[in-house]
Design a protein around this ligand. Structure first.
Ligand SMILES: Nc1ncnc2c1ncn2[C@@H]1O[C@H](COP(=O)(O)OP(=O)(O)OP(=O)(O)O)[C@@H](O)[C@H]1O
Ligand SMILES: Nc1nc2c(c(=O)[nH]1)N=C(CO)CN2
Length: 171
């Protein structure tokens, strides 16, 4: 939904899927975000095929990043993304395990939150090529928590982390 109020924040969301119709899952998540009152999707990266990081015995992910404007406070935004995951039928909560949809709050303005159920910036943001590469595509000048622009941080190196352009399901 268009956000008109002056008091909005800019946030970046990481989206990932490695179960079922991965592209459909991501598109449905973006469609729900777009239709949500208090959220305006301003930019969306391409989708990337990414090798699983952390727990490597699972299928490849499709990942992307959305830049949003939002009138929601961070905790409200967290509840909203968790509700979208539920609505899309996310069942498994195994840490780093396969999931049909995962939505992470990567950044929310320049805010830092360190609570048990909400950490912003996302604690693993700077080590994940599957986040930094799509983030750099839509916001190369954005200054990240380590002081570097996203476009620089995304150059890596990220040993063992494969990120490839997604060419779609069609041949
Ligand atoms: N910035 C954040 N964005 C989304 N969820 C967060 C954030 N910080 C903390 N959480 C918490 O993480 C929980 C989701 O954990 P989940 O199982 O998706 O982790 P994961 O995706 O496997 O691992 P990772 O956190 O490394 O991406 C949520 O219930 C939420 O409370
Ligand atoms: N390639 C890739 N690997 C992951 C991903 C992800 O989205 N993409 N998410 C994880 C937990 O959030 C763990 N590992």
């Amino acid at each position: 939904m268009p956000v008109r109020e002056k008091d909005f924040a800019t946030a970046y969301l990481g989206l990932g899927s490695n179960l079922g119709d991965r592209e459909g899952n991501l598109q449905r998540a973006v469609a729900i975000l777009t239709a949500t009152e208090g959220i305006e999707v301003e930019r969306l990266s391409s989708w990337y095929e990414t090798a699983p990081v952390g727990k490597t015995d699972q299928g490849w992910f499709l990942n992307g990043v959305a830049k949003i404007k939002t009138t929601m406070l961070p905790r409200e935004l967290l509840l909203t993304v968790l509700a979208i995951e539920q609505r899309l039928g996310r069942v498994r909560r195994e840490r780093w395990g396969p999931r049909n949809i995962d939505i992470d709050i990567l950044l929310y303005d320049d805010l830092t939150v360190n609570e048990p159920d909400l950490a912003i910036p996302h604690p693993r943001l700077m080590e994940r090529a599957f986040v930094l590469i799509p983030l750099a595509e839509i916001a190369p000048e954005l200054i990240l928590p380590d002081g570097r622009p996203a476009g620089v941080a995304a150059a890596g190196p990220f040993p063992g982390q494969e990120v490839l352009p997604y060419r779609g399901n069609r041949c």
